[in-house]
Design a binder for this molecule. Structure first.
Ligand SMILES: NC(=O)c1ccc[n+]([C@@H]2O[C@H](COP(=O)([O-])OP(=O)(O)OC[C@H]3O[C@@H](n4cnc5c(N)ncnc54)[C@H](OP(=O)(O)O)[C@@H]3O)[C@@H](O)[C@H]2O)c1
Length: 230
């Protein structure tokens, strides 16, 4: 039975990933920043004893430290850094501020590194040793044909850079890392015009994670298995 730690598990893609792994028999540490906004997750956890809910605000150092202490004796096979925000789009309809930009960078770019750093020892104990980062095609320079979304695009482009460096630095510990694009998914972030639902995204993402090879560590891969240009 594998053990998975997922951030932002109370809704959207994180919730769907939690449901998928738990129904496969994995033990899931499903984390969310506010237990008062986690009704669906708490209900799911009541129905499935494989799901253990913890609070974790990925942008708060104390919150990360507390959970790392609580889970210090646990082996974690797969860490999924899923939590993310979109932030204001900028230019077209809103004068963005530096503080708004920094808030998004803190959650989308810096937090996944901090969480990884905090749980690296748990992963090192495993034989599986995989870390997935929910990035976005919007962070790809090659794919940017429409401009805009300065904050979100830059936060995910910077996340991709973090993933690439981690893939090199964690080779000695045999930990594989990957930046994943989940598709355009029907969630609060994806909105009503999105192309796929969370189940379709999760099926693809988990297939990529399950089959991840040493050669793929450090790559930017879509839920359909294709490699995305930086
Ligand atoms: N949906 C898409 O089309 C799409 C496309 C490309 C990439 N992605 C990426 O996929 C990931 C999941 O997206 P989604 O569509 O599922 O988004 P979502 O429905 O908006 O859910 C975002 C999740 O992140 C959590 N979160 C935000 N800030 C947090 C923090 N500081 N600490 C802990 N949790 C926090 C949210 O918790 P609260 O409920 O407390 O706010 C929520 O659980 C994100 O990284 C996103 O950038 C999504």
């Amino acid at each position: 039975m594998k053990t998975i730690l997922i951030t932002g598990a109370n809704r959207g893609i994180g919730f769907s990933l939690t449901n998928h792994y738990a129904s496969e028999g994995c033990k899931v540490f499903a984390t969310c920043r506010n237990l008062h906004h986690a009704e669906d997750l708490l209900t799911l956890a009541k129905e499935n004893e494989n799901i253990i809910v913890h609070d974790l605000d990925v942008s708060e150092a104390t919150s990360i430290k507390n959970l790392a202490l609580e889970l210090s004796g646990e082996t974690i096979d797969i860490l999924i850094n899923n939590a993310g925000v979109y932030g204001p789009k900028g230019i077209e309809n809103h004068m963005i501020t530096a503080d708004e930009w920094l808030d998004v960078l803190r959650i989308n770019t810096i937090a996944p590194f901090m969480v990884t750093q905090a749980f690296e020892a748990n992963l090192a104990r495993s034989h599986v040793k995989k870390i997935a980062f929910l990035s976005s095609k919007m962070g790809s320079m090659a794919d940017n044909g429409s401009g805009g979304s300065y904050i979100y695009r830059s936060s995910k482009a910077a996340l991709n850079s973090v993933v690439k460096s981690l893939s090199i630095d964690l080779v000695t510990k045999e930990i594989k890392v990957v930046a994943l694009h989940p598709g355009w998914v029907l969630t609060e972030m994806g909105g009503p015009n999105a192309l796929i639902n969370t189940d379709e995204s999760t099926l693809g993402l988990t297939k990529v994670i399950d089959n991840l090879t040493d050669e793929q560590s450090g790559q930017f891969i879509s839920f359909d298995g294709t490699v995305i240009p930086w």
